[in-house]
Write a protein that binds this ligand. Structure first.
Ligand code: NAD
Length: 400
């Protein structure tokens, strides 16, 4: 098989997550979308119209399609394990969305199934694939700034007040900001801190009885190399950390501070959880939205709030336009070229693994280690105890 031949992808779950990656999937020359599985007939019909591929209402039927080499699993969290195991049975490579799964046992089973099948497993998209963080990690690894000592990550958004299905507001079913948002933030901090977290202490906040799941957390992480990190997240739709990034949004879009309060105002006009689920569905692929409604024009690098990494010789602050380096005697910006295809990093890493056997940073083992931190965060908040970790892995050395 030619190294340049596009990867033939089947997609599981044509919802909001797919919608966010769709313009990148469509624009990337190394990707060919050939099939999709989703119980929603309108989404399957839209996929067939947009890509000429085949829609399935059953994921295993998609896996039986010999044209599909690799599957992108963007179905709800609770389905990730069974769908990865199914893909493994059919010899397909997998990119599974974050959070990888809702228990360590599920993450382990996914890794074992893929290893037994001899296929690549990657976990993403997470914002640790964003070029500003990958570049900052490379700058730290270069040794030019001495050792990394301390990291702060801070993100304030309207996450909890975006339209949700009921299970997204129920922690026992994978709801709340720890599963959906800490999975990004922990991934970034582990990438910068070397990967191996030894202990976690944390508090979480559930402050709105109408949305009874974690809407906020703060955590202190200690790394094996002595680095420590704080992670703080609030999804309560008040302060917004995009203010610290020149109003460039998480997805690289230009935002306006005049939109203040929009998420809560939209929800106030909704009378029931069914109505809210319908509103969420309107943002999903096939329910009025398709490929023609997406565009990469004017989109810059993605980011995940304010991140600051302190090394011996400088503080490094990755942002959408570059990395600010605050050294002993000078402050300079290491500029980043704007992306040709925003979010392509996740697909580049997947293609390099499948086509060229380049071990990915965001492997199954990496994803499991990130989830171990997320589970520890919840456990520490529940018990008030420091939680020791046992399944951590280092960042893959460059070129491995
Ligand atoms: N990386 C990111 O930035 C990002 C953003 C959004 C969502 N996600 C992840 O994507 C996943 C889906 O979340 P979402 O917000 O898109 O949810 P969603 O509800 O918008 O979409 C889920 C889709 O899966 C479909 N589905 C349900 N059962 C299925 C099955 N058995 N097989 C195939 N498809 C099935 C639904 O019909 C729906 O179209 C989650 O794990 C979420 O964390 C990631």
């Amino acid at each position: 098989m030619s190294a340049c031949e596009p990867l033939r992808i089947g997609v599981s779950g044509l919802g909001r997550g797919f919608m966010l990656l769709l313009p990148t999937l469509a624009a990337h020359p190394g990707i060919h979308l050939v099939a999709a599985a989703d119980p929603r007939a309108e989404a399957r019909a839209r996929f067939e119209a947009d890509f000429g591929g085949t829609g399935y209402d059953d994921f295993e039927a998609l896996c039986r399609n010999p044209k599909v080499e690799a599957v992108y699993i963007a179905s709800p969290h609770g389905l990730h394990r069974e769908q990865v195991e199914c893909a493994a049975r059919h010899g397909k490579h997998v990119l599974v969305e974050k959070p990888m799964a809702l228990s360590l046992a599920d993450c382990q089973a996914m890794i074992e199934a893929m290893e037994a099948a001899g296929c690549w497993l990657l976990v993403g998209h997470s914002h640790s694939f964003d070029t500003p963080y990958l570049r900052t990690a490379a700058m730290i690894r270069s040794g030019e700034y001495g050792r990394v000592r301390m990291i702060h990550a801070l993100n304030y958004t309207d996450f909890l007040y975006r339209p949700r299905r009921t299970e997204e507001l129920d922690t026992t079913r994978g709801g709340g900001v720890v599963y959906s948002q800490a999975a990004h933030q922990v991934d970034i901090v582990r990438l910068l801190g070397g990967g191996e977290v030894t202990r976690v202490v944390a508090q979480t906040g559930q402050w709105d009885p109408q949305r009874p799941t974690e809407g906020a957390y703060s955590a202190l992480l200690t790394f094996a190399n002595g680095c420590f990190a704080t992670l703080t997240y609030s999804g309560y739709a008040h302060f917004d950390t995009d203010e610290f990034n020149g109003w460039s949004g998480e997805l690289g879009q230009q935002r306006s501070p005049a939109e203040y309060g929009k998420a809560r105002a939209t929800l106030q006009s909704i009378g029931s959880s069914e109505e809210e689920a319908r509103l969420k569905n309107r943002r999903a692929y096939g329910s009025g939205l398709g490929l023609a409604d997406t565009s990469l024009a004017g989109i810059g690098h993605n980011h995940f709030g304010l991140v600051l990494a302190s090394c011996d010789a400088a503080d490094l602050r990755p942002g959408p336009t570059g990395i600010d380096v605050y050294g002993h005697t000078e402050h300079r910006l290491v500029p980043l070229a704007q992306p040709d295809i925003p979010r392509r990093e996740v697909l580049d890493e997947w293609i390099a693994a499948v086509r060229d056997n380049v071990a990915p940073i965001h492997s199954g083992a990496w994803g499991l280690a990130t989830m171990e931190v997320c589970f520890a965060l919840l456990e520490s908040a529940r018990t008030g105890q420091v939680v020791d970790l046992h399944y951590q892995c280092p960042v893959r050395p460059e070129g491995a």
